[in-house]
Design a protein. Structure first.
Length: 378
């Protein structure tokens, strides 16, 4: 007997399934083919590190889901998945033919099916082969049906993000403590990863990390570069707990900083405080977004400001780095209680960010690390 290791109470999974099934019936659909790994995990509980192999869930409008996956995942199905029905393929099987037979058996050859056509693991060749095997199937693209439901987190989901935030803080402290003249980015990364894992992160990170010239360009990764006096280190720690994410940025100067550097950090914090202060249920995303942009541009810190200022985070499985809800000048959505965001401001190589939870009263910072420019002791 395999011991179960559910991330949430089974009642939470059944409530999620009921929401999805109600939406399917409202759309006149017989089933959803869930190919996005986060969708499969969120609805059924099933998680394996091998989610990049061909797997999906058939979510019927009535009844329980069916999991389709490789046979070597049987242990993880037994330990994490709340629902028992499964079809397993072996490496010698024609998995596309078996997938088509599974869909036909569970939903019907001529069923009205919603499909997550935007899922990264459903490539064009796979979908064309499935479609050819089920020519009578009526298809609608339901790529956003579940992803939108996931934007509002349950208290149990936010609890994992709180734990991830503590791991992020441990990683940031390790970054500050390990940085110094003559230290390589790779050495720093090792200390950050170790600290976050010990603090509860399921993945090591470290996230965005770069120094020197690369510190002025987002999404740098660690290298063999050795830190020099006066360097900026751009660092964002990105751990997760049960693959629920929290993250934040702080600027670091190596061994020395100018008064202008401290003023820049203080100005970014002031702009960010003003933006976050406006976040509350019902507030348009463009309100705090404009505060960020106007604050940075009016202060002369950048000539333009093209990047988003908020994006939703929660259950994220690589390669995904964020949920599909972003704040920018054209955003047409409003904040809701239960949403969780990474919100950031960047200028002149300095990044300041937080993970926030939208509550009935406003915005709660899940990341609570001191907010300042850090200058290393060596």
């Amino acid at each position: 007997m395999v011991q179960t290791n559910y991330w949430f109470d089974p009642a939470e999974y059944r409530a999620r399934l009921a929401r999805v099934q109600a939406a399917l019936r409202a759309r006149g659909l017989d089933a959803l083919l869930a190919f996005q790994p986060e969708t499969v995990t969120w609805i059924t509980g099933f998680y394996t590190r091998g989610y990049s192999s061909f797997q999906f869930a058939v979510i019927p409008a009535e009844g329980e889901p069916t999991l389709f996956c490789r046979d070597v995942e049987a242990y993880y199905l037994d330990s994490t998945c709340v629902f028992p029905d499964r079809v397993m393929w072996t490496d010698s099987d024609d998995r596309i033919a078996l997938a088509a037979r599974t869909i036909a058996a569970r939903a019907g050859c001529a069923a009205a099916i919603g499909v997550e056509l935007g899922a990264w693991m459903l490539n064009a060749a796979r979908w064309e082969a499935i479609r050819a095997a089920l020519p009578e199937m009526r298809v609608s693209d339901e790529s956003t049906l579940v992803s939108r439901m996931r934007l509002v987190k349950s208290p149990a989901e936010v609890a994992y993000q709180r734990r991830a935030a503590r791991a992020a803080e441990a990683g940031m402290q390790a970054a500050i403590d390990s940085a110094g003249v003559g230290v390589s980015e790779r050495e720093m990364a090792a200390e950050i990863c170790a600290a976050m894992i010990r603090a509860g992160s399921d993945l090591p990170g470290p996230g965005v990390m770069s120094s020197g010239e690369r510190a002025f360009h987002l999404h740098g990764g660690y290298s063999d570069r050795v830190l020099e006096r006066g360097d900026i280190v751009q660092i964002e720690t990105t751990p997760n707990c049960r693959h629920y994410h929290a993250r934040f940025m702080r600027p670091i100067r190596v061994a020395e900083a100018r008064d202008a550097d401290h003023r820049l950090a203080e100005r970014l914090i002031s702009i960010q405080d003003a933006a976050i202060a406006t976040v509350a249920p019902g507030v348009a995303a463009t309100v705090p977004d404009a505060i960020y942009r106007d604050g940075v541009l009016s202060s002369g810190l950048r000539r333009d400001y093209t990047n988003k200022t908020f994006y939703s985070v929660g259950l994220l499985l690589q390669p995904n780095g964020g949920e599909p809800l972003e704040a920018h000048p054209g955003a047409d959505w409003h904040f809701e209680a239960g949403m969780v965001f990474h919100t950031y401001v960047l200028a002149q190589g300095f990044g300041m960010s937080e993970t926030i939870h939208v509550t009935a009263e406003g915005a709660e910072r899940l990341t609570r690390f001191p907010r300042q420019l850090f200058v290393t002791a060596r």
